[in-house]
Design a protein. Structure first.
Length: 260
């Protein structure tokens, strides 16, 4: 994985996973924006206490840098639930933590500040999914549910799907209380430290994804506080990064041979 600097913002590019040009994708960092502390500086989150004007300037700058337009985007209003929506048009979708589409030109987005962004790509059916997976959604099986819905709605075969686990709070920094710990099997806990990365990976595998097609950024949002906003690292008062993923317009499906 590498980060490519574009016009003083950063567009996360995941070289292992996205070798083809048929998806547009990225992950913002906190650098290169207009917001003041504690939202400094590239806060792309709606629903924070940051100035609306700053968020809007930040979004404009980010979208320009990554060459997408806000009018192409799908914006879920995330509630830490397990609702997966199949979308065909841009707009705002309430009570939604995962979105899937096979509509080219549409760009899925989610907001992140510790929770796990999970990118799902089916290069055969030209379908994509983007999941906001915190501990609640993960416990409710949101990653598996999203893969199942891609199968039902687009005919995606799970073994064709590639999974990327983006920057989020790592097992190094995710200490949880007994109430949360009790929801997970011991293998995901080291004392009171929870490994949501491994849990996400296992969920994807249980849904039929091949282990070799699962990639991790292995970047902890709390450890890298100059790059990323961290909800835990700032006692809940901070900005949001944005993950985005879409099928580019005018691209053709690839055969399974090409993606091996
Ligand atoms: Zn960490």
């Amino acid at each position: 994985m590498f980060f490519k600097r574009i016009d003083s913002t950063f567009n996360g590019k995941f070289s292992e996973l996205f070798k083809s040009h048929y998806v547009s994708h990225g992950f913002s960092t906190r650098q290169g924006g207009f917001s003041s502390a504690p939202f400094d500086t590239l806060n792309l989150g709606s629903g924070t206490e940051d100035k609306t004007m700053s968020v809007s300037q930040n979004r404009k700058r980010f979208f320009q840098a990554v060459e997408i337009t806000e009018s192409q985007c799908v914006f879920p209003i995330q509630v830490h639930g397990d609702c997966v929506r199949t979308v065909t048009i841009p707009g705002t979708y309430p009570d939604t933590d995962a979105v899937i589409t096979n509509q080219s030109g549409l760009v899925l987005t989610i907001q992140i500040a510790d929770c796990v962004p999970v990118y799902l790509i089916d290069p055969v059916q030209m379908a994509v999914g983007l999941v906001h997976a915190g501990w609640r959604g993960s416990c409710a099986g949101i990653v598996e549910k999203t893969i199942c819905q891609m199968n039902q709605d687009f005919g995606s075969v799970p073994s064709d799907i590639q999974v990327f686990i983006g920057p989020s709070i790592g097992p190094c920094c995710y200490e949880v209380g007994e109430d949360v710990a009790s929801q997970f099997e011991n293998q995901y806990l080291s004392g009171t430290w929870l490994d949501l990365w491994q849990y996400t990976e296992d969920q994807a595998q249980q849904a039929g994804v091949h282990r070799k097609k699962i990639y991790r950024a292995n970047l902890c949002t709390r450890c890298h506080s100059s790059w990323f906003f961290s909800h835990r690292g700032s006692q809940g008062k901070t900005g949001r990064m944005m993950a985005f993923l879409g099928v580019r317009a005018n691209e053709n499906p690839v055969s399974t041979d090409q993606i091996k």
